[in-house]
Write a protein that binds this ligand. Structure first.
Ligand SMILES: Cc1cc2nc3c(=O)[nH]c(=O)nc-3n(C[C@H](O)[C@H](O)[C@H](O)COP(=O)(O)O)c2cc1C
Ligand code: SF4
Length: 428
């Protein structure tokens, strides 16, 4: 892309939240390899040059790219950790997308597969990987296969790619669960230590990176850190994909510059379809936030004061019952644990039951509920209980008035239908 085109891109993004770095502007047309190479050219790599590796990782650090899979960890730091290791690592592209209401990874892989594949190829060249494993949601595995076939026809990649259909279930996308799924066919987390970057697949260092992160990585590899930073906030640079779900006129997946006013982000989906009371920001592990506080704030972790997770934003109607919604979600999340740690095995089902009683207007000891939430935190082999605890705490806070009503046997909601997808199948 020439600098004039870059300036044009900035100008066309001014005054609007609509951006097309990752997703093409034509709806639902996958970008072919020919069109992709036409737009971006081939990604230049010098895997045998130590200097090239250093310079490229330095550029990625300078770009300030952080993971788009939920934890917002620095991609540059992760790559640097891999550079320090000897041995033939693996690269795993995580397109599991276990979050039921999120669609962004599937949309990205279906529409711009070559951006992700480029990013994975670049990561593999940087760390000297033996193999790249694309773990992708079943709905897009054919698209990824087709894109790889296009690349093989012109011998584009030097590292071997393999496609693995992701396992179902909320926890299946956790990094060590993905490694376990690829290696043993068991999508259960392996625990927090050792880090996957030290000992992952087959005991070798393994880079697990979300597919959107890889798409950004490929673009930074081409256009550099300054280009990446042209959009986004100074402390949270770049763009990100968001899934706007729940009470929107046209829910869907959109790309936004981080730091855009939150109300402008919501307008991409036509705005709320009904008056809303709250937004769930960051997904099912995310944080409920009052709509009034969020709308004028920049859409960034520092602007909203909450993590953006994997970019899921749910609009919750003013007429809905936040207590009932939370009870439904927590019951689902409790059903998703691998059941191998105390907080998940005993804590989550007990908390879900308490919340269901509150939702039904049955009096419970509120102190027990909050104490149990405190007790599950930090005690699991993965971040599942911590994510659920964060979600519940914010719900008890934002829907505090409704909780008090329920504890007194009343419900002020006029709408008791669920706003959020809670799958009943595909869990183990
Ligand atoms: C319970 C749980 C589920 C997760 N599910 C996903 C997922 O579906 N996709 C994903 O990319 N990351 C998921 N993650 C985050 C991964 O563990 C890991 O941080 C991420 O894939 C790393 O890539 P990134 O740095 O590019 O974000 C999950 C984490 C937890 C604790
Ligand atoms: S904390 Fe829960 S989900 Fe995570 S490994 Fe333990 S039982 Fe499984």
């Amino acid at each position: 892309m020439s600098s004039t085109e870059l300036l044009d891109q900035r100008a066309s993004n001014e005054g609007t939240a609509r951006i097309h770095r990752l997703l093409p502007s034509e709806p639902w047309e996958p970008v072919t390899l020919a069109a992709h190479l036409d737009q971006h050219g081939a990604l230049v790599q010098h895997p045998s040059s130590e200097q090239w590796r250093e310079a490229t990782v330095g550029e990625i650090e300078r770009a300030g790219l952080v993971g788009r899979g939920g934890a917002a960890f620095s991609t540059g730091r992760k790559l640097r950790a891999l550079l320090a290791h000897r041995g033939r690592p693996f690269v795993i592209a995580n397109g599991t997308e276990g979050e039921p209401a999120s669609m962004k990874d599937r949309v990205l892989l279906a529409r711009s597969p070559h951006l992700v594949l480029d990013g994975a190829a670049l990561a593999a060249s940087l760390v000297g990987a033996a193999e790249i494993i694309m773990v992708v949601h079943r709905e897009v595995s054919e698209s990824v296969d087709a894109a790889l076939a296009e690349r093989r026809r012109i011998s584009l990649d030097s590292t071997k790619f393999r496609v693995v259909t992701a396992a179902d279930g909320f926890v299946a996308g956790e990094a060590s669960a993905v490694v376990n799924w690829v290696g043993r066919g068991v999508p259960i987390p392996l625990g927090k230590a050792p880090r996957m970057t030290e000992r992952g697949r087959q005991g070798r260092p393994t880079l697990v990176q979300n597919v959107e992160t890889l798409a950004h990585l490929g673009l930074v590899g081409r256009y550099g850190a300054d280009w990446f930073r042209q959009l986004g906030a100074v402390d949270e640079p770049g763009t990100m994909l968001v899934t706007l779900a729940g009470a929107f006129v046209t829910p869907g997946v959109f790309e936004v510059a981080i730091g855009t006013r939150t109300s402008d982000v919501l307008e991409l989906a036509g705005g709320p379809s009904t008056p809303i009371q709250a937004l769930l920001i960051g997904g099912y592990f995310g944080t409920w936030t009052p709509a009034s506080a969020a709308l004028s704030a920049p859409f960034s972790a520092s602007g909203l004061g909450v993590g953006l997770g994997a970019g899921l934003v749910v609009a919750f109607p003013a007429a809905g019952c936040g207590v009932l919604e939370t009870a439904r979600l927590v019951r689902y999340l409790a059903s998703q644990s691998a059941g191998q740690c105390g907080p998940c095995k005993f804590g989550l089902p007990a908390i879900a039951e308490q919340l269901e009683l509150v939702a039904q207007g049955v009096p419970v000891r509120y102190e027990d509920l909050t104490r149990w939430v405190d007790e599950i935190e930090g005690r699991g082999a993965c971040g599942h209980p911590d994510g659920v605890a964060r979600h519940i705490r914010s719900a008890l806070d934002v829907f505090g008035h409704e909780v008090s009503e329920h504890l007194a046997g009343r419900c002020s909601a006029s709408e008791r239908r669920s706003s959020l997808a809670v799958p009943t199948q595909g869990v183990w």
